[in-house]
Design a protein around this ligand. Sequence first.
Ligand SMILES: Nc1ncnc2c1ncn2[C@@H]1O[C@H](COP(=O)(O)OP(=O)(O)OP(=O)(O)O)[C@@H](O)[C@H]1O
Ligand SMILES: [Mg+2]
Length: 245
Amino acid sequence: MIKLENISKHYNGTGVLNNITLEIESESTSILIGPSGCGKSTLIRIIAGLIKPSNGKTEINSVPVTKKNINGIRKNIGYVIQEGGLFPHLSGYDNIVLAAKYYKWKQNEIDARVKQLSELTGLDNVLLDKYPTQLSGGQRQRISLMRALMLDPQILLLDEPLGALDPLIRFDLQKDLKEIFNKLGKTVVMVTHDLAEAVYFGDKIILMAEGSIVQNDSPKNLIENPKNDFVKKFVNAQRTYLDFK
Ligand SMILES: Nc1ncnc2c1ncn2[C@@H]1O[C@H](COP(=O)(O)OP(=O)(O)OP(=O)(O)O)[C@@H](O)[C@H]1O
Ligand SMILES: [Mg+2]
């Protein structure tokens, strides 16, 4: 579904991603994890087609991504950016329907889809009229998710969707998100800093460091057969939490 081949990205000569090669299967959930600044958001933005790699090839559904077809392909990708990224001057509703309006959906189609999505994400309809600053972090994340799902994309990219939430809300949203992933059969790529969360969601965990993929594996293999000392250390650093779970 998603294929990256020798992707590199540098800014003014500084390498941010080095030779990333990666295949992500259709309808799977892959988790990007790794130390702050290792390139997770950059990689997810390259998959989203929002930044162009310095080198390398991206294919979506076996179609090489080019300047010409990128807009068409982007329609098939929902993206929840780090910190939600809702437009502050638009209500929740207007944030959610932005893309559908751009593509000139009819009002009754928009209404039906919003209804479906608020049921799916468990968001109270009353909250749709509120502006992002009037919503709690968890409510904003549900709106961001609805916005990303509005056009019913096959691919869903989520950059730390549960990052800044209090533990109880986070726990609720984790459960809801997992149910949503299972129900919708999307190809999901999600960033998290939390290994327990990665294990909970991931068919595959992609551990990155300094712009490279260190190990791309099932949660079980990553924990039981770490490829090198870095992976061992990364897993051990979050061990207590995992045992506790
Ligand atoms: N537009 C840019 N110009 C220059 N450097 C950039 C740019 N975007 C990102 N970087 C650098 O690239 C590196 C990777 O950034 P990125 O946002 O991908 O990290 P990350 O893994 O998502 O980190 P975090 O976990 O903190 O969100 C960082 O060192 C960052 O400073
Ligand atoms: Mg990031």
